[in-house]
Design a protein around this ligand. Sequence first.
Ligand code: PLP
Length: 476
Amino acid sequence: MIHKNGTLELTNEAMEKYGEKVIKAISTHYQQLNNKKPVAISSREEMDKLFLEEVPEKPSNPFDVLDFVLDNVMTQSTIVAHPKSFSFVPGPSNFIGAMGDSLASGFNIFSGGWAASPAAAELEIVTMNWLLKIFGFPVVKGGGIFTSGGSMANLTAIVTARRIKCGDDFSKAVIYLSDQAHSSNIKAIRILGFRKEQIRIIPTDQEFKFGINKLKNAIAKDRLEGWQPFCLIATAGTTNTGTVDPFVSIAKICKQEDIWFHIDGAYGGAAILAKNGKELLKGINKADSLTVDPHKWFYQPYEIGCLLVRNHKWLKNTFTEKPEYLRDVEGNTSEINFYDHGMELTRRFRALKFYMSIKTFGLNEFRKAINYNIALAEKTEAFLRKSPNWEIISPATLAVINFRYNPINKRLTEKKLDALNQYISKEVVVSREALLVTTILNGQVVLRMCLINPRTTFKDVEDTINLCEKFALEGL
Ligand SMILES: *Cc1c(COP(=O)(O)O)cnc(C)c1O
């Protein structure tokens, strides 16, 4: 018997064997994933047929359940760490991070309060200090919190901005963001109960950057009408094009107008580690709050997002429910209860994977990988520009590039081009050889590659472009 009765436990022997099998499956996946097909496509019917059942009352052999999961669950998910997963924002992850997460779950460490797990809180402080320093935020006065992802970090930022700038009455408060801001920001604004007339979507310029003149006009008009401009969300690396907003000009406006300056760097924040990162993200250190998303370009497994703030007291003043109950001393080096710095009380130990992977590889390996990613996108752009078949729609920016099939000798109509590029993407995905989907820029259907995987080679890109050309000829 490998089950122990009534305790939800296995025998020691079975537990050892089970654990080995799980770790073996994970490490084998890492060794073999480059040779697998990245795309999983299954319908609801197919999935229902495999998995739908009444809740089992009786036990099963644990090894049978594990084998079933390895065979049917793990194989039916897109491999976002695959070198040919080019779409959305891939999740290259890293093995050490995955092992760190396994430990965090295995030991089930409560990462809410200092008293429960001093080491977990300390590692969150330590890694947060690394990030504050990397981004040029004040280390002693600044602070932050790990969240499940960028969406939760943005929500945490806007709650904090509203609390600090508006207090209890936000009936006249207005928030500004560009038409390229990530959808999670609008979602957060809605969750917080702002009305439609409190949201200003500012059109971007030709390079998809925040339109400064339009922003100034909007703020001035709102002041005349008696609104309270309280928060602005700029983006470090838009999801579509990798575009970085003009932070220095925006910071100046925010300062003059007493507006909270939030930067959503969920995608592009990591580019701060590139060799010209300070130039690429110039002014990022001027934000009041900054979202970064380690489970994207800091190569961490899901889930870990992060919000950094210039002043840790802002979080505490927003999220602490019973300040008199706490015996924290002021300052970032004191004992912190992270449940007072964000929305969640019970929190998983997210700092561990980040800490372990940076300690293991060293930050310089992360720098190298990020430089490689940016250079790979630039090489891809140069390659496509040399071809008579391809048109660059948005040049390589922070490892994102948008292009479309548009052979110069064919003179295809816009309608035909949209249909053709949509067809190319569909066929590539159906072939399961690469995950390459479209986005819309200036009303045109374009193919988009996000090249943040350090295991992606130029040959992976070339092979995929060749595959696209093959389908393009079919679709013409
Ligand atoms: C991915 C992304 C988000 C959302 O982050 P999640 O981790 O998916 O919740 C927000 N903003 C930008 C710019 C992003 O790229």
